[in-house]
Every structure is written in structure tokens, then in C-alpha cells.
Design a protein around this ligand. Structure first.
Ligand SMILES: [Cu+2]
Length: 291
């Protein structure tokens, strides 16, 4: 009797856990369609809301896998319960001596293969979508340094440093440990081509709402892209352990309208003007700076 009681308790717990998983999947879907503020929230469940087409696809893929794994887990649970109830020593004292069943063996080989193919197709599509940079409207080079980021706009010939704001300097709407003094500014609905490089050690440039995370490696230029679909400020953090202040080199990207971008660009050209900015054609050789 005790065994039966424990079994019932186990099934009840598993079903509750399953429901919670399905529930959180639904919540993740809801968040992916809600307005994004580009930063984490207390008690957040699931991913940050998408602000780029790549992130929308990542969230879709994440939710798809969540439903799939929930269905598989529940199916295996049901099989286990059937085995435990119907085929224990008490209810089935004389076990069957069957060792082969061709049909079942074909099914349990083919079905997992089909499931893996169903996962692989959208997975590879997403991977290639992320990797192939469309024709860029704006190119920005992000250089990871111990411990801040520098952004260079090669087409406009200026570069500036972006340092984390200390708690005492924060304005009311700025998040602690994420807000910076000089944000990277980009126009809305434009393809932004991001080149990354490390000036000293390996860093990683990551903005969750854009679905972007790419290593910034000394001596090697990496590239990625995003197209921000909504105006706002989006935050990320260095995502490669890079030294003692790794946690204090956030990434802040301000997405603005075309007019605001043009105005910002004009101001920035004067504000960040310097004589020693390398020729735009030399970006690929930026690794030289590390020598
Ligand atoms: Cu870091």
C-alpha cells in the first residue's frame, strides 16, 4: 500500500511539474510579444522580449523545444508508470520471455530520428540566419578592453569609450550596473553590422534583446549583426570572463529614429573628433592595436 501511495504522490508531483513547464512556456511566448525594455526584470521568467528578428526566431525555437521536451518527458513518464503498475512482481508474477518485436524496434528508432530532424531543420535555419550578415546600413566596431567597451564608427571616423556609470551618477530611469556614460547609438529598423575585437584579453559582446553574443578576441575581428525593431535602450553585459572587473563593463545600445540618429552623428563627430582614428579601410587590421 505504501508503494502505491508513493507512486501516486510521484505521479502527482511529476504532472504538476509538467504543468509548470508548459505554463512557463506560455509565459515565455507572452513575453516575446510584449513591449521590450531591453533589460532583465525582477522575477523574470523566460527570455527577454525580442527587439530584433533574430531574437524573435530564437524565442520561437526555445518555446518549440520546450513544448517538445515536455511532451517527450510526459510520454516517458506515462510509460514508466504503466511498467511500474502493470508489470511489477506482484501483479505480473510470470514475466513474458519475449526478446524481440520488430515493429516496436523500428518505431523506437524512426520516431527519435524524425524528432531530431524536426529540431535540426529550424536549428540550422536559425544558425545560418544569424551568421549571414545582410547588407549593412551602419558598421560599428566594438573593442573590448579591461574593463570597458570602445565603439568606433568607421564611416564617420570617430571612436569613443563607453564606461559603466557609478551608482551615484545614475538617473532615475537608468539601471544599476548596466547604464553607461556613452551609449552605442544606432538607427531603428536598420541593419547594424557589428565588428568585435579584444584589445587585451577575450571579451564577449552580448545584448540579449537582439539575440547577439559574440566573442571579442585579440588579433581577430569577429562579426555579427542585428536590426533593432523598436526605439529604446537595450542592455547587455560582457559575457566572457575577462578579469576582475568583468561584471562592470556593461553594454548599452540606444536605438533612435533616423532623424535622431543623424543629429546624434553630427554631434558625436565633433564631440569625439580625434586625429589618430585609423582609416576606415584599416578596420580589418585593428588587431595591430594589440601588439
Ligand atoms: Cu568580461
Amino acid at each position: 500500500m505504501l508503494v502505491l501511495k508513493r507512486l501516486i504522490a510521484f505521479v502527482a508531483t511529476s504532472l504538476a511539474a509538467g504543468l509548470i513547464i508548459v505554463g512557463s512556456g506560455g509565459l515565455a511566448l507572452a513575453q516575446s510579444t510584449g513591449p521590450g525594455t531591453g533589460q532583465p526584470h525582477p522575477w523574470q521568467l523566460g527570455l527577454q522580449a525580442a527587439a530584433s528578428p533574430v531574437m524573435s526566431d530564437i524565442i520561437w525555437f526555445h518555446d518549440f523545444l520546450l513544448y517538445l521536451i515536455t511532451a517527450i518527458t510526459l510520454f516517458v513518464l506515462v510509460l514508466l508508470v504503466i511498467v511500474m503498475v502493470k508489470f511489477n512482481a506482484k501483479s505480473n508474477p510470470v514475466p513474458s520471455r519475449t526478446t524481440h518485436n520488430t515493429m516496436i524496434e523500428v518505431v523506437w528508432t524512426v520516431v527519435p530520428v524524425l524528432i531530431l530532424v524536426a529540431i535540426a531543420v529550424p536549428s540550422f535555419r536559425l544558425l545560418f540566419y544569424e551568421l549571414k550578415v545582410p547588407t549593412a546600413d551602419v558598421t560599428i566596431k566594438a573593442t573590448g578592453k579591461q574593463w570597458f567597451w570602445s565603439y568606433q564608427y568607421p564611416d564617420a571616423n570617430f571612436e569613443f569609450d563607453s564606461l559603466m556609470l557609478q551608482a551615484k551618477d545614475l538617473k532615475a530611469d537608468q539601471p544599476r550596473l548596466l547604464a553607461v556614460d556613452n551609449e552605442m547609438v544606432v538607427p531603428v529598423n536598420k541593419v547594424v553590422h557589428v565588428l568585435t575585437i579584444g584589445a587585451d584579453v577575450i571579451h564577449s559582446w552580448a545584448v540579449p534583446a537582439f539575440g547577439v553574443k559574440i566573442d571579442a578576441i585579440p588579433g581577430r575581428v569577429n562579426e555579427t549583426w542585428f536590426k533593432a525593431e523598436r526605439v529604446g535602450t537595450y542592455y547587455g553585459q560582457c559575457s566572457q570572463l575577462c578579469g576582475k572587473d568583468h561584471a562592470f563593463m556593461p553594454i548599452a545600445v540606444r536605438v533612435v529614429s533616423d532623424q535622431d540618429y543623424a543629429a546624434w552623428l553630427d554631434g558625436a563627430k565633433k564631440r569625439f573628433a580625434q586625429d589618430n582614428v585609423p582609416n576606415p579601410n584599416m578596420i580589418a587590421a585593428a588587431g595591430e592595436a594589440t601588439k
